[in-house]
Write a protein that binds this ligand. Structure first.
Ligand code: NOJ
Length: 550
């Protein structure tokens, strides 16, 4: 597991990485929130699925104001998820099965309960304690206006005013996300030193890498100038250009430093950037040879079900990442976006973080959504590079649309006063069994978000032995991808098929995706795997097939 590979063949270049959202994966304690012993107990299912690595969303100590992306102690496990010993056991068990483990690192902001922020509040303006975060005096005669006009990603102003120790209204602090998530000041060397310590803490425990949260946000433009985003901007920054808090040049120096730090360790440890940027070309700046190893390809995730756009984004991705010697990554779902089994059937645009609820226009047709999701995944897993899967997509789970408002927990829902549903609908705890309390998520029936009754039909146990299930499709795709070395392959376009078809060769297979509304005759070859039934050499709309031979 730990021996370094020859340059160019490192594991992360071709890996299929499965995202675990710990609070919704499996719950051993029975309190309704998933935990690390739950993850350990289900590793055999992930081995059977055939993934190379898992990435765990944050399980570190946190008041859970943003489901763990508000960390109060970076070097401990939150009691709701277990203990450090539970983590070590999970890591050892994953490694014993040949599964690598990536943990989430949240360097843009801490929780407001982090000891540094508590000390900053207790200290005076201008103190070294305040200098670890971004405190500024307000505008206006009494400092009653925020220092600039920036808005939080979750809605509302990005600044909150504090009350000074003597009880008077005081300075303001910056939080690009919730008020409970103050941004660090990365020009401060203490912050840099502290994150080196945190990286080493987890590397010393044996983790294989880090997914770096808001990797494009750490450095803010000097002077913090006003900025008004265009109305079509995605919530995490997609679609925006020249934003004074995203993608500033200064961040690259931080990742070069981390690259060197990781290189001191054996076994090709990796950094993956969560960076929502307007183009693949800009995202590729994060993965130059001395920076991060991978970056999420959100441009791909945001591409609609449209043949021409898919061809373009695939070509751009391979060229853009390839130009800096990095693998392209591919991703269709995660804990921040509408699940692709629903998103691909939406008839309106729905930027990340908006969610779907009862009032959402253009509600997705679940049958069309699942058919397209299976076809989209069959296309994605044939592409060279590394792919990310989000827990539950292997079951074909849709977004949960009908959560009661009283159950909603995403800060987006509260900070937009119910205007955006936010991300709860993609975070509902997984169904493992069709029967039993909470569909096998735990044995008490508790669940931090209510599970819909339709979960029974998606449960893993009913899909396991069904040759036509989405779970069986994923297993077959992963096994064939591995056996045929597709992750390390080369893509060669096939242009002889109709416009609404995406078709290419990768090594021993020919991939044909029908992204239109008309059936297409298939080229010759034996069906290796198909996202839906193929009859008499005809590929129906919303279907993808892998063919071998000929
Ligand atoms: C991106 C994470 O994926 C999201 O869930 C979180 O709310 C923000 N970063 C803030 O940490």
């Amino acid at each position: 597991m730990s021996s370094p590979e020859a340059p160019g063949s490192e594991w992360w270049r071709t890996a299929v990485i499965y995202q675990i959202y710990p609070r919704s994966f499996a719950d051993r304690s029975g309190d309704g929130i998933g935990d690390l012993p739950g993850v350990t107990s289900r590793l055999n299912d992930l081995s059977a699925l055939g993934v190379d690595a898992i990435w765990l969303s944050p399980f570190q100590r946190s008041p859970q104001k943003d489901a763990g992306y508000d960390v109060s102690d970076y070097c401990d496990v939150d009691p709701i998820f277990g203990t450090l010993a539970d983590f070590d056991e999970m890591l050892a068990q994953a490694h014993a099965r040949g599964i690598r483990v990536i943990v989430d690192l949240v360097p843009n902001h801490s929780s407001d309960q982090h000891v540094w922020f508590r000390n900053a509040l207790a200290a005076a303006p201008g103190s070294p304690e305040r200098a670890r975060y971004i405190f500024r005096d307000g505008k206006g005669p009494q400092g009653e206006e925020p220092p600039n006009n920036w808005e939080s990603v979750f809605g509302g102003p990005a600044w909150t005013r504090v009350t000074e120790a003597d009880g008077t209204p005081g300075q303001w602090y910056l939080h690009l996300f919730d008020t409970s998530q103050p941004d660090f000041d990365w020009t401060n060397d203490e912050v840099r030193q502290e994150f080196r310590r945190i990286l080493r803490f987890w590397l010393d425990r044996g983790v294989d890498g880090f997914r770096v949260d808001v990797a494009h946000g750490l450095v803010k433009k000097e002077g913090l100038p006003d900025y008004t985003p265009p109305t079509d901007a995605g919530s995490m920054g997609g679609g925006e250009t020249a934003v004074p808090y995203w993608g500033q040049d200064g961040v690259h120096e931080i990742y070069r430093d981390w690259h060197e730090l990781l290189a001191e360790y054996d076994g090709d440890r990796a950094l993956c950037a969560e960076a929502w940027l307007p183009s693949v070309a800009q995202t590729a700046l994060w993965v130059r040879p001395d920076e991060m190893h991978q970056a999420f390809n959100f441009e791909y995730l945001e591409t609609p079900w449209d043949a021409q756009k898919l061809r373009l984004v695939i070509a751009d991705s391979l060229a853009g990442f390839g130009a800096v010697g990095a693998p392209s990554t591919w991703v269709l779902s995660n804990h921040d976006v509408v699940r692709h089994a629903s998103r691909l059937a939406l008839t309106v645009e729905n930027p990340q973080g908006y969610g779907i609820g009862p009032r959402t226009p253009g509600k997705p047709d679940p049958v069309v959504g699942l058919r397209r999701a299976r076809a989209a995944t069959t296309l994605m897993l044939a592409l060279p590079g590394s792919a990310y899967l989000y827990q539950g997509e292997e079951l074909g789970l849709p977004e949960v649309i009908d959560l009661p408002d009283s159950a909603r927990q995403d800060p987006t829902w509260f900070r937009t006063h119910g205007e955006r549903y936010g991300r709860d609908g993609c975070r509902v705890p997984l169904p493992w069994t069709a029967d039993g309390p909470s569909y096998g998520f735990n044995d008490t029936g508790e669940s931090w978000l209510p599970q819909p009754t339709q979960w029974a039909a998606f449960a893993r146990d009913v899909q396991r032995d069904d040759p036509d299930s989405t779970l069986t499709l994923y297993k077959t795709l992963l096994a064939e991808r591995r056996a045929r070395g597709l992750g390390a392959g080369q893509l060669e376009w096939i242009d002889s098929l109709p416009e609404h078809v995406v078709a290419f060769r990768n090594g021993s297979i020919t991939v044909v995706a029908n992204v239109g509304t008309e059936p297409v005759p298939l080229p010759g070859g034996t069906v290796v795997v198909s996202s839906g039934p193929v009859a008499s050499g005809i590929l129906s709309p919303d279907q993808t097939v892998w063919l071998a031979g000929d």
